[in-house]
Design a protein around this ligand. Structure first.
Ligand code: NAP
Length: 246
């Protein structure tokens, strides 16, 4: 069966990625739910969407392996003939003060958050350019815009996402392929569940809306950027952070 649009959302078994899949899913789209370790929840999400009359399938790749990132796009294109929307959402933290941070923790975060995003964009862009239509949406972070103590590796990777977004957007603009990023603030997921009550209270004071965001808040912005309403928007970073970045 051929679909109007083929979508890949990375890191979609849980958290923000899962909400993005639920928001983007429609009978016109085939959604690839990518996961690395969250197999059970990715498969549950797949079944839920299929029960609702949507088209979805799961696909596994460990994005700490560059070759696996490359193969991920190749496999999707071999199976479905196209890739129209790429949402680069998978990401991780390995927090530590800079003076104590190991090379391994620095590299691990850069590899998944930055290099794998680059490889996925590069491989998807080749297909989208030929089709003269495509949407690439990268999940950055408020930390990439403002920095954060204890997150020098994560901040570097998320600032790089914004710089890569702008650069690739310029290369693809005349081909009708838009490239944008979304910079969430503090969103309630497993990533922020590990924060102590004290750190949480401290962050709340920095959020003008005085509450953490929900994965659905980010998903709604991604859905907008993927829609025809955003046809003339490229090279942008949209903050979804309750007013933190201003
Ligand atoms: P999360 O709940 O911790 O989920 C992280 C996701 O990344 C999981 O789906 C995980 O897949 C995937 N992932 C991690 N390492 C991977 C690897 N080596 N290979 C493939 N996939 C990998 O985080 P989240 O809060 O939903 O975050 C999603 C994105 O939003 C991330 O890029 C994050 O940096 C960004 N963000 C989050 C916040 C926040 O406050 N939560 C704020 C700003 C930006 P598996 O579970 O399948 O392994």
């Amino acid at each position: 069966m051929s679909h109007k649009q083929v979508v890949l959302v990375t890191g979609a078994g849980r958290g923000i990625g899962k909400a993005i899949v639920s928001t983007l899913a429609s009978p016109e789209r085939l959604i690839y739910i990518h996961y690395s370790s969250s197999e059970d929840s990715a498969k549950e999400l797949e079944q839920e969407l299929i029960r609702d009359g949507k088209f979805a399938c799961t696909i596994r790749a460990d994005l700490s392996d560059s070759e696996a990132a490359k193969t991920l796009i190749r496999q999707i294109v071999e199976e479905s003939g196209q890739i129209d929307i790429l949402v680069n959402n998978a990401g991780l933290t390995r927090d530590q003060l800079a003076v104590r941070m190991s090379d391994e923790d620095y590299d691990a975060v850069i590899q998944v958050n930055q290099k794998a995003q680059f490889i996925l964009m590069r491989e998807a862009a080749k297909i989208m350019m030929r089709k003269r239509w495509g949407r690439i949406i990268n999940i950055s972070s408020v930390v990439g815009l403002k920095g954060n103590a204890g997150q020098i590796n994560y901040a570097a990777s998320k600032a790089a996402v914004i710089a890569m977004t702008k650069s690739l957007a310029l290369e693809l603009a005349t081909r009708n392929v838009t490239v944008n990023s979304v910079a969430p603030g503090f969103i309630e997921t497993d990533m922020t569940a590990v924060l102590s009550e004290e750190v949480r209270e401290h962050y709340l004071e920095t959020i003008p809306m005085r509450r953490l965001g929900q994965p659905e808040d980010v998903a709604a912005t991604v859905a907008f950027l993927a829609s025809d309403a955003a046809n003339y928007i490229t090279a942008q970073t949209i903050s979804v952070d309750g007013g933190m970045n201003r």
